[in-house]
Design a protein around this ligand. Structure first.
Ligand code: NAD
Length: 342
């Protein structure tokens, strides 16, 4: 299958592109390159052909000849989405719907969208299924729900969109992110031998390894269209619905000598547990192969190998908001996040 993957310089995309190549696909990447400088390490991944282009500038001819588009390229978390919510809607919602519309017009049959379990927002003790009402709390999460609605409406006999509501990701990637919970705690454990939680860590967070996200995408692409067309899937595994304090404990166990402390309750109220029964039913070959403990051990071995320092852990490219603020402050990006000079 010939596949265009957007966001191939990013945390997930840099692993997903080569993963699909290994599965025998012909993959072309597309990325504007916000985080292209300074990979955390060389993973020896094969180089892809990557179009240096903003998704807002894609035209129909860019999409001709592809069998599938896998769309990851967005402002990829809540704090980034809050930087300029109107711009978040233009990139994450409008540009994603436009991309899908162009893909359909260009004859692309499959469209896989990286949605997020953050659409569930504030939860309670029950498990969220794909049929549960969504309750997005931020511009980022609201855009995910709007793209699902509007691209879902484009589904038809020749266009099969699928929406993967990924749990919060973890795991090692050259295009590392330290602004997500497990990776962040592991960085603290390695650089300071301490995990000092400001909260009591009781909220629930479903987690998933980036290679398991890649596997879910691969399974969708190879599934019969009847199983995936217009469908929404939570991506993860029930056993990986963790309380944040459990994540801290699992990480501490992988970094000997690391102490964990907790703060008072309250603060961040995002908390949800998720059911993954539907993805198992529709995609029987899908299974998560990496749990949080394995992810923490994987990160420790990368940190050991590269001698991760606190300065690197706190470095700009690995905290998305900081990198974009730097590119704006230094006049490399304009206020709409277009490169001023390429
Ligand atoms: N990482 C997670 O925990 C997680 C969880 C659920 C869903 N997702 C979704 O998966 C996708 C990928 O996440 P990630 O963690 O790899 O994010 P990331 O920020 O590491 O990567 C996003 C990539 O998209 C590119 N990009 C952003 N805006 C662009 C634009 N306008 N035009 C072209 N390229 C653009 C960036 O340069 C970057 O390389 C995102 O849509 C994100 O919302 C991620």
């Amino acid at each position: 299958m010939k596949i265009l993957v957007t966001g191939t310089d990013g945390y997930i995309g840099v692993q997903l592109g080569p993963y699909l190549v290994q599965r025998g696909h012909d993959v072309v990447g597309l990325d504007t390159g916000f985080y292209r400088d300074r990979p955390l390490y060389d993973a020896g991944l094969p180089d892809l052909t990557v179009l240096r282009k903003d998704v807002r500038h894609i035209v129909e001819t860019d999409l001709r000849g592809f069998d599938a588009v896998v769309h990851l390229a967005e402002l990829s978390n809540d704090p980034l989405g809050q930087l300029n919510p109107a711009l978040t809607f233009r990139i994450n919602h409008a540009a994603s719907v436009r991309l899908a519309t162009l893909a359909r017009a260009a004859g692309v049959e499959r469209f896989v969208y990286a949605s997020s379990c953050s659409v569930y927002g504030v939860g309670s003790e029950e498990f969220k299924t794909e049929a549960s009402p969504v309750s997005p709390q931020t511009a980022y999460a609201e855009c995910k729900a709007l793209v699902e609605r509007d691209v879902g409406a484009l589904a038809g006999p020749n266009f099969h969109p699928t929406f993967l509501r990924n749990s919060t990701a973890f795991g090692a990637s050259p295009s590392m992110r330290f602004d997500i919970v497990l990776n962040n705690l592991a960085g603290h454990a390695w650089t300071s031998r301490t995990i000092a939680m400001s909260s009591d860590g009781t909220p629930w967070r479903p987690l998933v390894h980036i290679l398991d996200i890649a596997e879910a995408v691969a399974c969708v692409l190879s599934a019969p269209v009847e199983a995936v067309s217009g469908e929404v899937f939570n991506v993860g595994d029930e056993s990986q619905n963790y309380r944040v304090r459990e994540v801290a404990e699992v990480v501490a166990a992988a970094f000997p000598g690391c102490a964990v402390t907790f703060g008072p309750s309250g603060g961040d109220n995002r908390s949800y547990r998720v059911s993954f029964e539907k993805i198992r039913r529709h995609l029987p070959s899908f299974a998560c192969r990496h749990d949080a403990a394995a992810g923490a051990r994987e990160l420790r071995s990368v940190f050991e190998r590269i001698g991760l320092t606190r300065a690197t852990f706190e470095g700009r490219p690995y905290t998305r908001l900081r990198q974009l603020e730097h590119l704006l402050a230094t006049g490399q990006l304009d206020a709409d996040l277009f490169w001023i000079r390429d």
